[in-house]
Design a protein around this ligand. Structure first.
Ligand code: CA
Length: 245
């Protein structure tokens, strides 16, 4: 049984979501603002709650949803987060992903859509973990290159003695790059295939994510050897740069 934390200040909506999710077999709890949610998830004594997914409203009193997810990630809490946005404004969606969210759903939404999206996010995490019960072909569990290894099962990137936990979104992006190693992938393809954003949009988000990944995997992020920029097009991941043994 999956546990869901709903962070939503509109009481009727929060209550409706909770009842509907419980009717579908989830355990659901509600916090009505970001501060309370953060206290619950990363405060003293937190972490034992073991939520499987957070439904996080963007428009909250006090800290907004973007700030809440940013603080969760900064506190190394990597639970899957789905943002509930008031509008499907692409800028908001991308801002949410940059803050560390894994998915988003514009309001208002049908319950069936919400359930499908929750199932999709939980499945993606299961898939990253290579769960043999997921009914999918065995997936790559670990990938090594240079001094780096990516443990997809546990969503952790290791580099020397440094462990960097990954969000579902970061792990999905790395897996996409690894699968296309040696190929140039366009920003547009990344937006569509990794983020699911079909929009002719500002691609700074892609660049910001790549900058983040470079900090994880490059000795000198400003002079990348594995995650190369292909001018005017996109990026290319190279597992063995020229000159490596
Ligand atoms: Ca709200």
């Amino acid at each position: 049984m999956s546990r869901v934390l709903i962070v939503e200040d509109e009481e009727h909506l929060a209550r409706g979501l909770k009842l509907n999710l419980e009717a579908e077999g989830f355990t659901a709890e509600v916090e009505e603002n970001g501060t309370a949610a953060l206290q619950r998830l990363v405060g003293a004594g937190a972490g034992a709650d073991g939520f499987d997914i957070i439904l996080l409203d963007v428009m909250l009193p006090g800290l907004d949803g973007f700030e809440v997810v940013r603080r969760l990630r900064a506190a190394r809490q990597f639970v899957p987060v789905m943002l509930l946005t008031a509008r499907s404004d692409t800028d908001d969606v991308l801002r949410g992903f940059e803050a560390g969210a894994d998915d988003y759903l514009p309001k208002p939404f049908d319950l069936s859509i919400l359930l499908a999206r929750i199932a999709g996010l939980l499945r993606r995490r299961t898939w990253l973990r290579g769960d043999p019960d997921a009914g999918q072909e065995r997936e790559l569990e670990e990938y090594r290159f240079g001094r780096t290894s990516i443990d997809f099962r546990n969503q952790v990137l290791r580099r020397g003695k440094v462990e960097q936990p990954l969000t579902v979104m970061e792990a999905t992006l790395l897996r996409y790059l690894v699968r296309h190693a040696g190929e140039t992938v366009s920003r547009k393809a990344l937006l569509e295939e990794v983020w699911g954003v079909r929009h002719d949009t500002d691609t700074r988000t892609v660049d910001n994510f790549m900058a983040r990944l470079r900090r994880y995997i490059e000795d000198k992020p400003a002079r990348p050897r594995h995650l190369l920029t292909v001018r005017g097009v996109g990026y290319r991941f190279v597992d063995k740069p020229d000159g490596d043994g």
